[in-house]
Ligand binder design. Structure first.
Ligand code: NAP
Length: 337
């Protein structure tokens, strides 16, 4: 397989750093690595395959000769620079929200809609929101069996979902509290996160749902090709370093039992069933960090469902930096080589 020139836009961030590891672990055919970031990071080094590679300034010319760009920067940077990369012939797999809902940009979770990757007329493919990926990986095989109608989701999202600043802030707050100090400014969070929960991720939008909560519905509809599916989501930031957790109630067209769900999920790609409550076995974020599977457990009937047989409730956890971002992007890139 011919080696590729691969650029990482945002190579110094939480997702970019993880991408370097994923490319290495998955033995992606990288002939040349081009790590890009802001002026702040120019000249810093990132480690790749036992070597130190110098970070360059992310600017349009930096994409000359690049085959694949893995985007791990914010919306504004992605909007400004990825079309420049695409214009120069690179195919971009982007983690930001910038292009996710554009009609001519596929939005892909490979376990669900890898067939959409082939049609990328703008040379841009979008990686979905992290909580959406973690939730939909187990929902999809259940949908194939029973026909999804509606989702009610509560997310418990890790501090590192807010990038390197979020990760560092939770570490700092935990240290300060242990030492009996004053917390002071809590950026990037609106409030202290340590010993607390914050029921807001993103800005308030339609009917006072947050932007993060609407992603689960809008991106979910596009990924699953289910424009009618109804989603009610509440997103909460929790004092966990890494791995998002979700409580999901899924209502289906047809009956499905918890045992059937366990059997389907046991052989579903990207999923690991950890569901033995009598032995106190269920998914937890500490166990799901730094690996690629979405763990699913606490699978049970939805006692509130009108007919009692068409709805299930379960709990899942997955590493949002890996499967929710870097791994998913590298999986998509694997279809391009
Ligand atoms: P992060 O840790 O804050 O990293 C941001 C990266 O973007 C850094 O490498 C930063 O470089 C670079 N950057 C910032 N401004 C730039 C500019 N003007 N030009 C070029 N590069 C610039 O953020 P992150 O968590 O990795 O998130 C990256 C993207 O992935 C975001 O769109 C985010 O929404 C998305 N995402 C994140 C997660 C997650 O769990 N964290 C999950 C899914 C998707 P400097 O170091 O030079 O500032």
């Amino acid at each position: 397989m011919a080696g590729k020139t691969v650029a990482i836009l945002g190579a110094t961030g939480v997702v970019g750093t993880q991408m370097l590891e994923c490319l290495e672990e998955r033995d992606f055919p990288v002939e040349k690595l081009v790590p890009l970031a802001s002026e702040r990071s120019v000249g810093k080094k990132v480690a790749f395959r036992g070597e130190e590679v110098e970070v360059q300034l992310a600017c349009p010319e930096a994409f000359e000769g690049v085959d694949i760009v893995l985007g791990a920067a914010g919306d504004a940077t992605a909007k400004e620079l990825l079309p420049e990369a695409a214009k120069r012939g690179a195919v971009c797999v982007d983690n930001s929200h910038a292009f996710r809902l554009n009609e001519d940009v596929p939005l892909v979770v490979p376990e669900i809609n890898s067939a959409d990757i082939a049609d990328h007329p703008r040379n841009i493919i979008a990686n979905p929101n992290c909580a959406t990926i973690i939730g939909l990986v187990p929902v999809w095989p259940l949908h194939q069996k029973a026909g999804l109608k509606r989702l009610i989701v509560s997310t418990y999202q890790a501090a590192s979902g807010a990038g390197m600043p979020g990760l560092k802030e939770l570490e700092r707050e935990s240290r300060v509290l242990a030492e009996g100090g004053e917390i002071g400014e809590t950026k990037p969070f609106t409030y202290q996160l340590a010993y607390n929960l914050i029921p807001q991720i993103g800005g308030f939008k339609d009917e006072m749902y947050t932007s993060e909560e609407l992603k689960m519905q809008n991106e979910g509809r596009k990924i699953m090709h289910l424009p009618e599916v109804r989603v009610n989501c509440t997103c909460v930031r929790v004092p966990v370093m890494r791995s998002h957790s979700e409580s999901i109630t899924a209502e289906f067209e047809r009956p499905i039992t918890p045992d059937e769900a366990r059997e389907i999920l046991a052989s579903a790609p990207g999923v690991k069933v950890v569901d033995d409550p009598e032995q106190l076995q269920y998914p937890m974020p500490l166990d799901t960090s730094d690996q690629d599977l979405v763990y699913v457990g606490r699978i049970r009937r939805d006692l509130s469902a009108p007919d009692g047989v068409n709805a299930l409730t379960f709990w899942c956890c997955g590493d949002q930096i890996r499967k929710g971002a870097a791994t998913n992007a590298v999986q998509i890139a694997e279809y391009l080589v």
